[in-house]
Design a protein around this ligand. Structure first.
Ligand code: GLN
Length: 539
């Protein structure tokens, strides 16, 4: 490989959910602070082409990039930490790799050869490993390998990592293995054996990790570090402790304290391009940890049993809360448990309510009742995607008196389809990757709450939905107090609605949460929090 890009691979062992994504993002942040351009990519071992068709209950949120890729939620962490956009190339699944190889086979590109896992699948994996590096925009590409070492599914990825070392050569290639050091309360001991076994598994696959990052509830004593170094064949100073943190945003600083960035740079022969600049990050943490006020916000949705389903929204509140020096207590409320009777008790003490994105009919009536309550009681409201659509349905039913108004997603035969499918969505039969996805332009009307939040009229926001505001109802709605404050300039689709005579009632057809980062909190979240603070004062 001719490129001068350095490649870091992060594997995981012992258990899943150790936070490889956060470690990858933290390391990338530290390298970015040393002046390097860094990107992170994730290779997932499942067979879906992308996570767009996965149930959020099972896999958490589907994160959407500028170019409209439906990706793993870890890409959200990468963008939130680095403040740089990712793309389709940053998230590859086994399904996509096989799909590419089989498509090539059908085209006859393998010239009569028997197509096999090695070398054809592993070559395709490596082609994708190196793709972002070859564009010449990055000094460092960090690749997170999903799953655990030893899983049948991840074997081809691990084999490709082994081979990549020989393609890339000395000083250009590094493996970091993330493991768990469990604490046995009865023995009062931190145990290294699971890590030893997991490193053995890596060694069996021909990979010697260069650095161990050890998740632990307690600080690792020197003798535990020594034992790990000895048995796992790594340098003592490359056994890095990763203590449980109060917030994921502490992890870059914890990793800095452990000198993870220095170890990586010395192994890859990288010399820093600028002085470490984490001042803004520290400033954010300072505000996050020292709020001067707090608000209670309810997030109404149907996937509340797995908060990861709302990952980007939850993180967007952390970013916007910190900049406002305001602690946001976010309560997840199941829309299925909401009814006209239970709503006053559940919502009246909240300073603001968000209705979340979602799909399908379940819980819809509870969401509609929630919107009615906050509209009538002047409680700040923020509707996101389906949440905006619900606000439109509620307004049509209870203000315009169209009692049967609905979205055609919920009732295809509704006589009043205030939310419906666009022509280009009507004949779609393949579900994967066919929604309105990615970044679209939106023009804001001056004097509206949306304009006030952004402070400009031309914006770009990311989408992930099929259904749209039905413009046939726009003039009637406007006459009754709705303001279409954001419009797509090319298609005239309504992207934002608000209610004029309400302290803060805003619904966005797009997903603002995908663009919120630590250093660039999203203006709609910031303004919504401001409105909740003001609402609280009036109580
Ligand atoms: N189900 C709605 C649609 O497809 C909203 C999607 C969403 O909230 N992301 O239009």
């Amino acid at each position: 490989m001719a490129s001068s890009t350095k490649f870091i691979f992060i594997t995981g062992g012992v258990t899943s959910s150790l936070g490889k994504g956060i470690i990858a993002a933290s390391l990338a942040k530290l390298l970015q602070a040393k002046g390097f351009s860094v990107t992170i990519q994730k290779f997932d071992p499942y067979l879906n082409i992308d996570p767009g068709t996965l149930n959020p209950y099972e896999h958490g949120e589907c994160y959407v990039t500028e170019d409209g890729a439906e990706t793993d939620l870890d890409l959200g962490h990468y963008e939130r930490f680095l403040d740089t956009p990712t793309s389709q190339a940053n998230n590859i699944t086994t399904g996509r790799i096989y799909n590419n190889v089989i498509t090539k086979e059908r085209k006859g590109e393998y010239l009569g050869k028997t197509v096999q896992v090695i070398p054809h699948i592993t070559d395709e994996i490596k082609r994708n490993f190196f793709k972002l590096g070859e564009e010449g925009n990055f000094d460092v590409v960090i690749t997170e390998i999903g799953g655990c070492v030893g899983d049948i599914e991840s074997l081809p990825f691990i084999e490709a990592v082994r081979q990549a070392k020989w393609d890339l050569g000395q000083n250009n290639f590094l493996v970091i293995h993330l493991t768990l050091i469990p604490y046995l309360a009865a023995a009062k001991e931190l145990k290294t054996k699971p890590t030893q076994h997991s490193v053995k598994q890596l060694l069996e696959a021909g990979i010697q990790p260069d650095i161990l990052v050890c998740r632990t509830e307690y600080s690792l004593p020197q003798e535990v570090k020594k034992k790990l170094a000895l048995f796992c064949n790594v340098q003592l100073n490359c056994v890095i402790e990763a203590m449980d943190a109060d917030t994921i945003y502490d992890v870059p600083l914890l990793m800095k304290k452990e000198k993870l960035d220095e170890r990586v740079m010395s192994k890859l022969k990288l010399t820093s391009k600028s002085n470490t600049d984490l001042e803004q990050w520290k400033d954010f943490l300072g505000k996050l940890k020292n709020p001067t006020q707090e608000v209670n916000i309810g997030l109404v949705g149907k996937y509340v049993s797995l908060p990861d389903a709302y990952k980007s929204i939850i993180e967007a509140f952390i970013h916007a809360g910190a900049v406002s020096e305001c602690k946001v207590n976010l309560t997840l409320i199941s829309s299925e448990e909401l009814s006209a009777d239970s709503i006053p008790k559940k919502l009246e003490n909240l300073d603001g309510v968000v209705v979340a994105p979602g799909f399908g009919e379940r819980g819809l009536e509870g969401k509609i009742e929630a919107v009615r309550f906050v509209r009538e009681n002047n409680i700040p409201f923020f509707g996101i995607c389906l949440g905006m659509q619900v606000a439109v349905i509620e307004f049509a039913r209870n203000v315009l008196g169209l009692k049967d108004a609905n979205s055609t997603e919920m009732d295809p035969n509704t006589p009043n389809p205030v939310i419906g499918l666009m022509e280009d969505q009507k004949n779609i039969e393949i579900m994967g990757g066919t929604m309105r996805l990615g970044s679209y332009a939106c023009e804001l009307k001056k004097g509206t709450k949306a304009y006030q939040a952004y402070g400009k009229s031309k914006i770009q926001e990311r989408h992930r939905h099929r259904y749209e505001f039905n413009n046939a109802y726009l003039s009637k709605m406007e006459a009754a107090g709705i303001v279409a404050s954001g419009i797509n300039p090319e298609t005239q689709l309504v992207e934002i609605i608000e209610i004029k005579d309400h302290p803060w009632f805003v619904g966005a057809q797009f997903h603002p949460e995908y663009k919120s980062t630590v250093l660039t909190p999203h203006p709609l979240f910031v303004r919504f929090i401001k409105a909740t603070i003001e609402n609280k004062k009036t109580k």
